[in-house]
Write a protein that binds this ligand. Structure first.
Ligand code: ASP
Ligand code: MG
Length: 465
């Protein structure tokens, strides 16, 4: 196929009802008029959660409760199909025969009172296996021939059930063959997001929100023109609109800016999920399926020209851990020991800072990792604590981190001054500061109750720029 294919992924809310299916199909139809399109479908909103809940019920032996979930899912899909038929003007039937397999899996769990990762993945896979055929049927009924594809036919993963990783060497040629085969017949492939199969042939899932991963992997395998993520928000905004009502949509972001934004709390995109597409420099376009006329945010290797801060993100529920003491001065390897001790305990550090006096090292970690981090550092530095070289490990809860993000900050003097002036003017005390040497991000930790005030103060700086 000479022309590049665009991958369009629809999230759960974009497939939440019959109207949403028809709306999604219209958007695909429109895109298909401009060039070849491959589609990825998530489960209908809430379905994966219900499936997981059913598995948990079954494990507790509550077979009646898990059977009710199956009946409810069947009914929801049957009703949706009937309603789509009415709206789309062509017959859309729902084939519920695969639900027998779901029932068997759930009875197995109930019988053994054991929910292995393998069977949990099998059970979770049904949401997408129900929605993708429904979307393909909707498209066909609306005059856009489509075929549902079960990703387990070509998405080969490892056997790390629950968050399996795609084996691209094995998968890519299979993906190309399957998608291009369907496209070559003049049909739109509609692929089940989220699922794959292990080398042994067992059903796997790519982790929650894994349909984004599927879209990114398909895009990377076929060298897509773009991966369009249809969701229920307009795109990436200059700040969280719940904190800053006048936050603006960012029409364009670089990969790095988007990574910084999503790392520090912007929930639009689960960034690690889409790395395969980024590795191939494929643009990601976030669009609102409820307001398709809005341009959305395009994330690509290009950032907009312009100096200064582009966006503010924030995150709370964190904890500041600090290690103080004169004995760290001039002693090499302290930071390395801090990092390895924490890494061994499986905690990932959100932010790190060391004063140049070397008398203090500060880290920000998620609040839930507080005890593990304190324990790891206390153990690692027990000798230094005994000799008084290090005073101790302190943990300060209720920390929020604010990040000011923008490629244009690089090499522009005075940005940090403006950031901290604005925060000081808002009466917010800064506990810890970090700026990556990429200069694409200045982040700082504060008491989380001050986060809204700090975000609003900084957003005024963005708007003024
Ligand atoms: N249905 C899966 C989930 O809810 C995957 C996805 O929606 O992307 O996590
Ligand atoms: Mg979902």
């Amino acid at each position: 196929m000479a022309e590049k294919v665009a991958v369009h992924k629809f999230g759960g809310t974009s497939l939440g009802s019959a109207e949403r299916f028809v709306n999604a199909a219209r958007l695909v139809q429109k895109a298909a008029a401009e060039g070849p399109v491959a589609v990825v479908a998530s489960a209908m909103s809430g379905v994966t959660d219900r499936l997981i809940a059913a598995a948990v019920q079954a494990e507790r032996g509550h077979q009646a409760a898990s059977a009710r979930v199956v009946a409810e899912l069947r009914q929801r899909h049957v009703e949706t199909a009937a309603e789509i038929t009415r709206l789309a003007g062509g017959a859309v039937t729902f084939d519920g025969s695969i639900l027998a397999e779901l029932e068997t899996a759930l009875s197995g769990v109930a019988l053994l009172r054991e929910r292995t990762p393998r069977v949990a993945d099998l059970i979770s896979s049904f949401g997408e296996r129900l929605s993708a055929p429904l979307l393909a049927a909707t498209l066909s009924a609306m005059g856009c021939p489509a075929r549902a594809l079960d990703a387990r036919a070509f998405m080969v993963t490892d056997d790390n059930h629950g968050s399996a990783k795609c084996d691209r060497k094995k998968s890519d040629p299979k993906i190309r063959r399957s998608l291009l085969g369907v496209l070559g017949k003049g049909m739109v492939p509609v692929v089940t997001g989220f699922i794959g199969r292990s080398p042994k042939g067992e059903t796997t899932t790519l982790g929650r929100s894994g349909s984004d991963t599927t879209a990114a992997l398909l895009g990377a395998a076929i060298g897509a023109s773009a991966v369009v993520i249809w969701t229920d928000v307009d795109g990436v905004l200059t700040a969280d609109p719940r904190i800053v009502p006048e936050a603006r949509l960012l029409p364009q972001l670089s990969y790095r800016e988007a990574a910084e934004m999503t790392y520090f709390g912007a929930k639009v995109l689960h960034f690690p999920a889409v790395l395969p597409a980024i590795a191939e420099s494929i643009p990601l376009i976030i669009k609102n399926s409820f307001r398709p006329e809005v341009a959305g945010t395009t994330i690509s290797s290009e950032s907009l020209p312009g100096k200064g801060i582009r966006a503010i993100s924030s995150m709370s529920g964190l904890c500041l851990i600090s290690l103080d003491g004169r004995g760290m001065m001039g002693v090499p390897g302290i930071a390395a020991r801090v990092f390895s001790a924490i890494a061994r305990s499986g905690v990932s550090v959100m932010m790190f800072s060391q004063a140049s006096s070397e008398q203090n090292i500060a880290l920000v970690v998620p609040a839930r990792d507080r005890d593990a981090t304190v324990e790891a550092l206390t153990q690692e530095f027990r000798l230094e604590r005994m000799t008084g070289m290090i005073d101790g490990v302190l943990a300060r809860p209720n920390i929020g981190v604010i990040a000011a993000v923008g490629e244009g900050m690089r090499g522009t003097p005075g940005i940090a001054a403006r950031v901290f002036e604005a925060v000081a003017a808002a009466g917010v005390n800064v506990e810890v500061i970090a700026q990556g040497s990429s200069e694409c991000n200045i982040s700082f930790g504060i008491d989380e109750k001050d986060a809204p005030a700090a975000v609003r103060a900084l957003h005024a700086v963005v708007t003024a720029a």
